[in-house]
Design a protein around this ligand. Structure first.
Ligand SMILES: [Zn+2]
Length: 720
């Protein structure tokens, strides 16, 4: 008997049982349609193996969720609009600006791996650029990507190495290749071009021959070995070559110890300074590195290694890494943490920020961890970063971005703000010529998010893992390819509708993720309530024989919630569903020459047009130094939600077009000003009362605000 049939029979039995139990009950929530079986599960079962999509191969731990090939998920609504803006903006045109993307003397294009330009920038950019091409079926973008990919595919040397000949000090540099491996995997998903498998296989044979004292030596590559490990397991799942398991172990052994605690301080990498010359706190030795991008992408390495060991301790080390950095530097809204280059003891106020690279790497890690663990926590978190912090890091037209984004930032200018933030230089400017790594690496954020909205499940079903307007094509049940259209303005709206298109009736489970913030979610199938009052559970599983035109509706009630950040002076933040809200500050834009306001390590092409690609300073026109007046017995009653029209542009992340606002009561705190570093004054220095009158202020979603106050100071006389 096939597993499918077993599942089907089990589900049938459950349906019958549910009907029997429901008989005579007034508030039965299973519905009248005997075809529906809705169950609530913490996790999607992993005792089956999906028959249509490449899953983890033994002896690896089984796949919890399975990525669909790039192109299976097509975005709609603002997700589609984001890709269009990326194409028309910085991502699509970086080739005419960035010195590293010029084709003359580029080591990524040369036959012998030599050339002036040849490090992380090309693959960082291509990782997102090419995938936008595949997702949108954009032939010019695909053609441009192929120039780079063809050069890589024909660059393999006798020893198996490929691409630029790179050194990290005295040792070979594997880091930039790790990023290109992601590009090659996506290209393979899109094209099934077998040259990819041959090239990567030979490259990994080469990696296995490199002596340990030459392998992953040097700063970036040693910390980021997890990305190399990911690609090795990706290939193993496709070819089953045993040497890949040996290489996976070797990579882990040569990667920094991301499960290490209580490390000797000289083993904590990139260690710089403690505020005011204080002692290094003991807890600082519980992470091997505190650079924001390294952490956001490499904290997951123990969980990746868990796929090999199946040792629960390895998995838990990743959860613990996430907790440790947030305990000390992430006591702020928006999902990220204060590490404006490195997380420095003593600098944890919400005015500290994170790199744009840190955000997109965090999202990518969350997506990896969702697939590895099936834990919806990671989906909640990917959404939190994607919908709140990441949109704030780029201009609405996606033509410029900046390096550092903070929950509290009231001016973006070309000034130096160090040591208030770690780096010296114009790190807050919205500048298309600047922020070298983020300028290229930002590209992956939205396409990767879109690719992971939907995933296959081990039991030949499909899960709506993260939410957003989209269409998915996926093989389910007996192998029938179905299309599901997801219609919604989520995260601005509480309702998500799914319409199924199929050529024939097919039985399979459709899973819907229930976010942790949702209280009392409900589901209808073809207009009939099949389950309601759902809270505190991972997924709702709808098993039925689906027919063309079936409709499912999921309602995720969004209540206003306030959160007190005790470790940051009892500051307060406001959220509703997955969106965090910031004080609306009217913004004034000042156009600047991009070549005059770029960070020191920026390089642009001769002829890059500063008129066409200007930079922006953004200054506040209205006061920002408010705290909120909140009824502590009933916080939600202090806020009024105002819903507006969905923008015709389909783009909600700007002050002009954002379709939802919250009206709140507030008092000004006159003592709260910019400090000597030109940054929003720290919360710890503020008085806890204000004699200013209570006034109405407007809050907007954080992602729509380029200037913002998101963590509000504690106000003890809030009620009188
Ligand atoms: Zn960066």
């Amino acid at each position: 008997m096939s597993q499918n049939l077993l599942v089907m029979l089990k589900n049938r039995f459950k349906s019958i049982l549910a009907l029997v139990i429901c008989a005579g009950l007034i508030s039965c929530t299973t519905g009248n349609d005997s075809n529906n079986s809705v169950t609530l599960v913490d996790r999607i079962p992993t005792e089956y193996t999906n028959q249509f999509y490449v899953s983890n191969r033994a002896p690896l731990a089984p796949s919890a969720l399975i990525k669909l090939p790039v192109g299976s998920v097509k975005p709609e609504g603002f997700l589609k609009e984001y890709l269009i803006r990326q194409k028309n903006g910085l991502t699509g045109n970086l080739g005419e600006i960035s010195a590293w993307l010029q084709k003359d003397n580029n080591a990524w294009l040369s036959k012998d791996g030599t050339g002036e330009w040849g490090w992380e920038e090309v693959p960082y950019w291509l990782k997102g650029y090419a995938n936008i091409g595949y997702i949108m079926n954009d032939q010019p973008m695909i053609d441009e990507s192929m120039i780079w990919l063809e050069a890589v595919l024909t660059s393999q040397r006798e020893n198996g190495d490929f691409g630029p000949k790179l050194m990290d000090g005295d040792h070979p540099d594997f880091w930039a290749k790790m990023i290109m491996l992601y590009c090659l995997q996506s290209y393979y998903e899109y094209s099934q071009d077998e040259r990819v498998i041959a090239l990567i296989t030979n490259y990994f044979k080469y990696e296995l021959t490199v002596p340990d004292d030459e392998f992953l030596e040097g700063y970036w590559q040693r910390l980021r070995g997890g990305d190399n490990l990911h690609s090795v397991l990706w290939l193993y799942n496709r070819t089953g070559d045993d040497f890949l398991l040996e290489l996976a172990e070797k990579i882990h052994q040569n990667t920094s110890d991301w499960a290490g605690r209580d490390l000797p301080i000289d083993q904590v990498r990139n260690y710089y300074e403690v505020r005011d010359g204080g002692e290094v706190p003991d807890w600082y030795r519980d992470q091997v590195d505190w650079h924001n991008v390294n952490h956001a992408q490499a904290f997951r390495e123990p969980a990746q290694y868990y796929l090999l060991t199946k040792n629960e301790k390895d998995l838990q080390a990743t959860y613990e890494n996430f907790r440790i950095i947030r305990e000390h530097f992430g006591q702020v809204p928006g999902g990220m943490f204060g590490s404006d280059e490195n997380a420095r003891p003593g600098y944890a106020d919400p005015r500290q920020g994170v790199e744009t690279c840190g955000m997109v790497e965090q999202m990518n890690s969350d997506e990896h961890l969702l697939r590895i663990t099936g834990d919806p926590f990671w989906a909640d978190h990917a959404e939190e970063v994607a919908f709140n912090t990441y949109p704030a890091a780029v201009m609405p037209d996606f033509k410029s971005l900046h390096y550092i984004t903070s929950p509290n930032m009231a001016v973006l200018d070309a000034e130096n703000h160090s040591p208030g933030i770690a780096n010296s230089g114009p790190f807050l400017m919205m500048n298309p010529f600047s922020s070298r790594c983020c300028q290229h690496n930002h590209a992956q954020g939205w396409p990767y998010f879109i690719e992971n909205l939907w995933m296959a499940t081990p039991d030949n079903g499909v899960v709506a893992a993260m939410y957003g307007a989209s269409k998915v094509s996926v093989k389910v049940g007996d192998g029938t390819e179905v299309n599901i259209e997801e219609t919604t303005h989520y995260p601005f709206d509480e309702e998500i509708k799914f319409t199924l298109n199929t050529e024939k009736a097919v039985e399979f489970p459709l899973y819907l993720r229930i976010p942790a913030w949702a209280k009392g979610a409900s589901i209808t199938v073809n207009g009939e309530v099949v389950k309601d009052n759902i809270s505190g559970i991972g997924y709702a599983k709808i098993s039925r024989t689906w027919i063309n035109g079936d409709q499912v509706s999921l309602t995720l009630p969004m209540e206003i919630q306030t959160k007190i950040w005790e470790k940051n002076s009892n500051s307060l933040s406001v959220s509703r569903g997955p969106l965090t809200y910031s004080l609306k500050i009217r913004e004034k834009y000042f156009k600047k020459d991009s070549d005059q306001t770029a960070i020191w390590d920026s390089k642009w092409q001769k002829g890059a047009d500063t008129k066409k690609w200007p930079s922006w300073e953004i200054h506040p026109v209205t006061d920002w130094n408010y705290s909120l007046v909140v009824d502590e017995n009933d916080p939600a009653s202090s806020f009024e939600v105002m819903k507006g029209h969905w923008p015709k542009s389909e783009f909600p992340f700007s002050l002009e077009e954002v379709p939802i606002k919250i009206v709140a009561k507030a008092r000004q705190i006159p003592e709260w000003q910019l400090d000597q570093y030109g940054l929003v004054g720290e919360l710890k220095d503020l008085p806890k009362t204000s004699d200013q009158p209570v006034v109405d202020v407007t809050l907007v979603p954080m992602g729509a605000a380029r200037l913002r106050i998101t963590a509000f100071p504690e106000l003890l006389n809030s009620n009188n």
